[in-house]
Ligand binder design. Structure first.
Ligand code: SAH
Ligand code: SF4
Length: 386
């Protein structure tokens, strides 16, 4: 059983103009070239491989820079296609070095992406999968923004490309790199946009391109149980679960999706996640809410609940946002909670809050995009078409 998505905004494919090749999968790229007339169909495969390398390894956004393609051929490509990035409407840098970009994918369709140095092997990019969210976790800022629409695979890939542009990381570094990990922990519920998330991961993990290995890509879910097996099959990414409570009564309140898929069902699905082992653990996220879920008894309950699952625990100090009804647990309470977890053999469980000064921390993301704006847009496009 799935949630009914209110996709008020028309499908992005319908947006006009030349086809953008920059976020397509390899297969889509080949198909576009073969169909277009801009390229001899017999050469589509080779041309796709050349363009792929320029776009995903070198970060090129202009056909004229593709020096191994004849000038006349480049001009034909330019006439049919584009490689442009979505617009960055706002860029902020935190005191701690985190960076946040507000990206406009189309008029009224905006989402945020955050780079956090010092996470994972070098630094993690937190990408959005949807504009808004259909779910309403009570502690999450994004949850107050209704779903405007799913992001396309290309729009998810574009977030990585924009971060790479800004970090100056082209061509794709072989060894040392600042952007080493990707986490789907920005706006939206990735498992309600799984096909696009999976295609984006295919592009991002391609060895001849951005080359971020699937083991360094984490998909975080609030617990969409029926999509967990497919997530493993399609993405082979690491799994993170937003747990936040150890009993159904409290989880029903914090993560209302729990009423549909209670903790027991969720744990069953997790245990069956393909490839789980001590080297590939599932991450359990647990937001620390003062007086709500932060007692030592709950820490013990958490350890009991996760027994037998190869797990990491991430305690996330609650990040406040304007109008939020919760407070972050006191530091001493978080430390006591962490101690119980530590004693049970889980290392360094507290996630240091990053980018709070620019509202870039977990759960603080929100864009101004509104469904009403989308309806205005539809009217506008109807006017354009008339
Ligand atoms: N929808 C997905 C991924 C995006 S949320 C999910 O819920 O897992 C990414 C993480 O941030 C989740 O663990 C979420 O519970 C957490 N989060 C949300 N709001 C938060 C807040 N205000 N403070 C700290 N963490 C928060
Ligand atoms: Fe949506 Fe995740 Fe926020 Fe819940 S925590 S409202 S699922 S983005």
């Amino acid at each position: 059983m799935g949630v009914t998505l209110d996709l008020t905004r028309a499908a992005p494919e319908a947006e006009k103009g030349p086809v953008n090749l920059a976020g397509l999968t390899r297969e889509q790229l080949k198909a576009q070239l073969a169909q277009s007339g801009a390229c001899d169909p017999a050469k589509a495969r080779m041309r796709a491989a050349q363009i792929w390398r320029w776009v995903h390894n070198f970060g090129i956004t202009d056909f004229s820079a593709m020096s191994d393609i004849a000038k006349a051929d480049r001009q034909s490509l330019e006439a049919c296609f584009t490689l442009t990035r979505p617009e960055v409407v706002e860029r902020q840098i935190s005191k701690d070095g985190s960076r946040k970009w507000l990206i406009r994918f189309a008029p009224g369709i905006e989402a945020e992406t955050v780079f956090i140095p010092g996470v994972g092997r070098a630094g993690a990019l937190c990408v959005s999968s949807q504009v808004g969210c259909t779910l309403n976790c009570t502690f999450c800022h994004t949850g107050t923004q209704p779903l405007v629409r799913n992001l396309t695979a290309a729009e998810i890939v574009a977030q990585v490309q924009i971060a790479r542009d800004d970090l100056g990381e082209w061509p794709s570094p072989q060894g040392e790199r600042q952007l080493s990990n990707i986490v789907f922990m920005g706006m939206g519920e990735p498992l309600y946009n799984l096909d696009n998330v999976a295609s984006a991961i295919d592009v991002i993990s391609d060895n001849e391109g951005l080359a971020i290995s699937r083991r360094r890509i984490t998909v975080s879910t609030s617990g969409v149980v029926p999509e967990i097996p497919r997530t493993g099959e399609l993405t082979q990414a690491m799994l993170a679960i937003s747990l936040h409570a150890t009993n159904d009564a409290l989880r029903d309140e914090l993560v209302p999706l729990n009423k549909r898929y209670p903790i027991e069902q969720l744990l069953e699905a997790i245990k069956a996640y393909p490839g789980l082992s001590n080297a590939r653990r599932v991450t359990f996220e647990y937001v620390m809410l003062k007086g709500v879920n932060d007692s030592p008894a709950e820490a013990k309950a958490l350890v009991r609940l996760l027994k037998g699952i190869p797990a990491k625990i991430n305690l996330i100090p609650f990040n406040p946002w304007p109008g939020s009804a919760y407070a972050c647990s006191d530091w001493s309470t978080i430390e006591k909670f962490a101690e119980v977890i530590n004693r049970a053999g889980y290392a360094s469980p507290i996630r240091t809050p990053r980018g709070r000064d620019i509202l870039a921390a977990c759960g603080q993301l929100k864009s101004e995009s509104e469904k009403t704006r989308a309806s205005v847009l539809r009217r506008q496009s109807a006017d354009d078409a008339a």
